[in-house]
Design a protein around this ligand. Structure first.
Ligand code: ADP
Ligand code: UDP
Length: 237
């Protein structure tokens, strides 16, 4: 069997249902547009577990997502969507590319969340774009874009509050959205929410508990993901 799609961290497979897909989380990790690569035993299992619990929490709070059910340790069934080629990044504190671009030090706390968009294109390195680019590139309609921004801010509120209960500071994160294959007028949250696509800092110690441990060679990468999963589990119980 060959997957319908093989990405850097996941594979997509067909299911018996034409409207759903099986999304498999791999142990592969990449950073810097795929230039840095490694494998971490259990990463697929940990991200699947974290993402599944977070999606459950978001669904309960009224956020529509692609999630259908967890199949096993590394696989979930999801509604098939047409992914919008717009990555939505929400930032509560300065870090990463924001700090590089502006010179504002990592850890600076924003007065309000910063929402930014990038064009989902591996070849171009996911460049920063704005509302006008999105309109002219035909990536989303103005109505869809307004919906993305509003949903992302709502997800940020819910995630900030939840991660704070877990003793984690949600610094920033990336979301993907898609149009449902069965009804393209409906946009749902897709892809994953895990330490691969979120910056999480321990509220007490400031320790990084996310993919920056891999990007910056800080060590104990899977130990941090395991700790995040433990805290997420505990606080959903
Ligand atoms: P990348 O494509 O950036 O290497 P991944 O390895 O995470 O990323 O691959 C997963 C791919 O699946 C991503 O391109 C993502 O946009 C896409 N995807 C996520 N959820 C869905 C869904 N419900 N339906 C269709 N595609 C999806
Ligand atoms: N992010 C992601 N995928 C991307 C780009 C960013 O998951 O293709 C996440 C990243 O993990 C971080 C947030 O989005 O939590 C903001 O990333 P930033 O632009 O600072 O990325 P960097 O250049 O530091 O990788």
């Amino acid at each position: 069997m060959t997957p319908l799609y093989e990405g850097k961290a996941k594979r997509l497979w067909a299911t018996d249902n034409p409207d759903t897909l099986r999304m498999e989380f791999k142990d592969d990790a990449t950073a810097f547009d795929g230039k840095k690569k490694a494998q971490f035993e259990n990463k697929g299992r940990l991200n699947n577990a974290i993402s599944t619990l977070i999606y459950g929490m978001l669904e309960k709070e009224g956020i529509p997502t692609h999630f259908v059910r967890q199949i096993d340790d590394t696989n979930v069934e999801v509604h098939k969507v047409e992914i919008l080629k717009v990555e939505v990044i929400v930032r509560n504190l300065a870090a990463g590319s924001f700090s590089r671009r502006t010179g504002i030090a990592e850890g600076h706390v924003f007065s309000r969340p910063v929402v930014e968009f990038s064009y989902k294109s591996d070849e171009l390195g996911d460049p920063l774009i704005n509302d006008d680019y999105i309109r002219e590139m035909g990536l989303a309609t103005p109505e869809e874009l307004a919906h993305l921004r509003k949903s992302a801010l709502k997800v940020n509120e819910l995630l900030c509050a939840f991660f704070a209960k877990c003793g984690l500071n949600l610094v920033d994160f990336k979301l993907e959205f898609g149009r449902l294959a069965t009804d393209p007028s409906v946009i749902v949250l897709a892809d994953e929410i895990s330490p691969d696509g979120c910056r999480l800092w321990d509220l007490k110690t400031g320790e990084k508990m996310d993919k920056d441990r891999f990007r910056r060679d800080l060590g104990n990468v899977m130990e941090a993901y395991e700790e995040v999963l433990g805290r997420v589990r505990q606080n959903l119980a």
